[in-house]
Design a protein around this ligand. Structure first.
Ligand code: HEC
Length: 184
């Protein structure tokens, strides 16, 4: 009993000091903000998937170019007017996609949660809301992130991303997060 109370006091103190950064505070995040973030995430995903499919139609060797150029380009195009958008992962291909501090605990939670976890909105600070959607490995992803990778793809990955740590995945594995920030 005593311990529980102490914990509660400690938690509320921590919240006062940190503003509960990275914690869920659903009451404080307006629904329209969550919907706006979800809309941006959907737009990012469908645009990137279209580029990936187009590239894969010419073979995974071609698609790497589409993906390595298009993903950062799209993130930059959409990161305007107080919006931030991008992808991150625990096992990275491109070190540029390393997680911001608010994303680190979420990555671990989604990894532990297993497949099918729901998107989440969190308050990063007074002015900024973060939104994340988990990305799982589907069949088309295996050509570049799976256990067996074609030689021409391996060669390109090794050249472009010498520290690549994002192969060896299986279908259904948690691959990373698509994130959106609003208002920052
Ligand atoms: C044609 C090869 C290719 C395919 C297919 C592919 N990716 Fe990637 N992936 C890449 C490349 C190249 C990068 C680095 C691009 C960048 O800078 O964002 C990357 C980066 C990522 C990242 C960003 C984190 C990191 O490691 O840098 C995530 C998340 C990701 N891929 C998930 C997926 C998912 C999910 C699929 C299937 C829907 C998929 N990828 C299919 C080549 C591919």
């Amino acid at each position: 009993m005593m311990q529980k109370q102490t914990l509660a006091v400690l938690l509320s103190l921590t919240c006062l000091l940190t503003g509960c950064a990275g914690q869920d505070s659903p009451g404080e995040i307006p629904e329209e903000t969550v919907l706006e973030a979800a809309g941006l995430a959907a737009e990012f995903k469908s645009t990137l998937m279209a580029a990936l499919k187009e590239g894969l139609a010419d073979g995974p060797g071609q698609a790497i170019g589409a993906c390595s150029i298009r993903a950062p380009e799209l993130a930059a195009e959409m990161s305007v007017d107080g919006v931030g958008i991008g992808r991150t992962a625990l096992r990275l291909r491109n070190p540029v996609n390393a997680p911001e501090p608010w994303l680190e605990p979420l990555l671990k939670e989604y990894l532990e949660a297993g497949p099918g976890a729901a998107p989440r909105a969190v308050r990063i600070d007074d002015a900024t809301v973060g939104y994340v959607e988990p990305l799982y490995v589907g069949k088309p992803c295996l050509a570049c992130h799976g256990e067996i990778i074609a030689e021409e793809v391996q060669v390109q990955i090794a050249e472009m991303y010498p520290d690549d740590n994002s192969v060896g995945f299986r279908e259904g594995d948690f691959r990373g997060l698509l994130w959106v920030t609003l208002g920052g």
